[in-house]
Ligand binder design. Structure first.
Ligand SMILES: *Cc1c(COP(=O)(O)O)cnc(C)c1O
Length: 467
């Protein structure tokens, strides 16, 4: 039983428990709280929009992986949400960390992540990124092309474990997903292609590169565990083939991430117990059929760990009702802090966060502040009819691919990332100020020298100080 069970039913007061952070609750003043903190206090202290991350939810998801998938190595996909503090949570919980750029690698290293637990990904890693990765001593580099193998061979100075990324040619369409496991796309090698054999040869001929296994990633938002079983049925024979042709017995099989989560009440999620059973069964069958020793399995969830931990808090700026048309609720963020709606048509669960309303709910469209007709955050969601400017809206399930995909469109600074746990608040990333934006603008040097200048009537100096 959770705190929510003791509260009166508040139909539109809080997001559904399946999609909102595990510590979500409504306090006696009717305010939505996460981690024991009212979202109104976060809005007061850090402004809006703000990303709020429930540390207990994030850690709890990791522990669920560890208990449901025994014997499986879990590596957190940092691209879904990464700050140094998040990287520390991941390390403290005993997970490895996927990175896919020099920047993500730097964040992981700045957090003190053991390089041996870092996996370096990317379909277009630069020579500099590869050098950074091998110099840092990352545990595994996942190679994606023949060119990359040449580049890696040029920069490696000590023994380096390598996985080869392959596309198992599994079409996950019709599974409301983003597809990366089919042959005709930009990632990895096709197993039955000559280039794949050449990749294996080139790696095995290099004295410092050790091919330890294969990697695949089927796509995202997968809720059918049998797709991972099919990937194992494709890849174990490929490993047996490598043994036959190249005389090497690979011991690792990384079946990627893409574990689906619900964004709306009632949507399915990937069941980890079912995944565990499917993986075990597929491994047993495929290894028996190929007479191949059981490889160690790795999974790389990102969204399934970070998405539900996050909530975005916006403040309503204006409301407009079109005669005979929709009601538009405009908030102070939008596609710059959450591009997923414009990019993928993603749906979100929305709730009034600062008070209870006894009003009827009515369909409204939440739009952003950006100069784009497509800047919608949620279409026709049910919200109380008495919404007014100044009210706070909470968007659930924004922990993944929001902060990490944010832009500064319209020169709007990116929101802060704030974590909450046991009634404590911690600022993980501060808000991006106009001064931050101007700091990169070489033409702004003149104004940039102004910090000591007294504040002028236009408030320019105040802006430069991010006040
Ligand atoms: C994006 C990605 C992941 C994580 O995907 P989620 O949908 O967040 O689980 C894992 N592995 C690779 C190689 C990826 O590109």
């Amino acid at each position: 039983m959770t705190l929510l069970d003791h509260l009166p039913p508040l139909r539109h007061a809080h997001p559904d428990r399946a999609v909102c952070p595990s510590t979500s609750a409504v306090d006696s003043a009717g305010r939505l709280c996460v981690g024991g903190i009212a979202l109104t206090s976060i809005a007061d202290e850090f402004g809006t929009p703000s990303y709020v991350i429930d540390e207990a939810d994030f850690r709890g998801r990791i522990r669920h992986y560890q208990s449901a998938l025994r014997g499986v190595r879990v590596v957190y996909a940092g691209k879904s949400l990464l700050t140094t503090t998040v990287a520390r949570w991941v390390a403290e919980e005993g997970l490895g960390l996927d990175v896919c750029s020099a920047g993500e690698l730097a964040v992981a290293l700045a957090a003190g992540t053991d390089p041996a637990r870092i996996v370096m990904h990317g379909n277009a890693k630069t020579v500099d990124e590869l050098r950074d990765a091998v110099t840092a001593g990352v545990g595994t580099v996942v190679v994606d092309s023949l060119t990359e193998i040449s580049h890696l061979a040029g920069v490696v100075r000590r023994p380096q474990r390598v996985l080869v990324r392959v596309t198992p040619d599994i079409d996950i369409h019709g599974h409301r997903a983003i597809n990366t496991g089919v042959a005709d796309q930009k990632f990895g090698f096709t197993v039955d292609d000559a280039e794949f054999g050449e990749a294996v040869d080139r790696i095995s001929q290099h004295r410092l590169l050790t091919l330890v296994g294969l990697h695949c990633h089927l796509g995202s938002q997968i809720t059918d565990p049998t797709l991972y079983g099919r990937a194992i049925h494709r890849l174990v024979p490929a490993m047996a083939d490598i043994r036959a042709r190249h005389g090497m017995t690979l011991s690792e099989l990384n079946i990627g991430g893409g574990h689906g989560v619900p964004y709306l009440a009632g949507e399915p999620e990937l069941d980890l117990q079912a995944l565990s059973v499917t993986v075990d069964r597929a491994l047993a069958e495929a290894c028996a059929a190929a007479d191949f020793p059981r490889p160690n399995i790795t999974v790389e969830p990102g969204r399934a760990i970070s998405a539900r931990a996050g909530v975005t808090v916006y403040r309503i700026q204006t409301l407009k009702s079109r005669p005979g048309g929709r009601t538009f609720v405009a908030v102070d963020g939008g596609m710059s802090d959450n591009p997923r709606v414009a990019l993928y048509g993603a749906n979100y669960t929305v709730a009034l966060a600062n008070r209870q309303s006894a009003s009827q709910v009515t369909p409204m469209t939440v739009v952003g502040r950006h100069c784009e007709a497509g800047d919608e955050l949620a279409r026709d969601v049910l919200l109380p009819a008495d919404l007014r400017p100044g009210d706070l809206l909470a968007f659930a399930c924004t922990g993944a691919y929001n902060h990490s995909m944010a832009s500064t469109y319209n020169s709007v600074g990116r929101p802060p990332v704030v974590s909450v746990a046991d009634g404590r608040v911690r600022e993980l990333v501060r808000r991006e100020t106009v001064a931050d934006l101007l700091a990169r603008d070489r033409g702004a040097l003149d104004i940039g020298r102004a910090p000591t200048r007294p504040r002028n009537s236009s408030g320019c100096a105040a802006l430069l100080h991010g006040e």
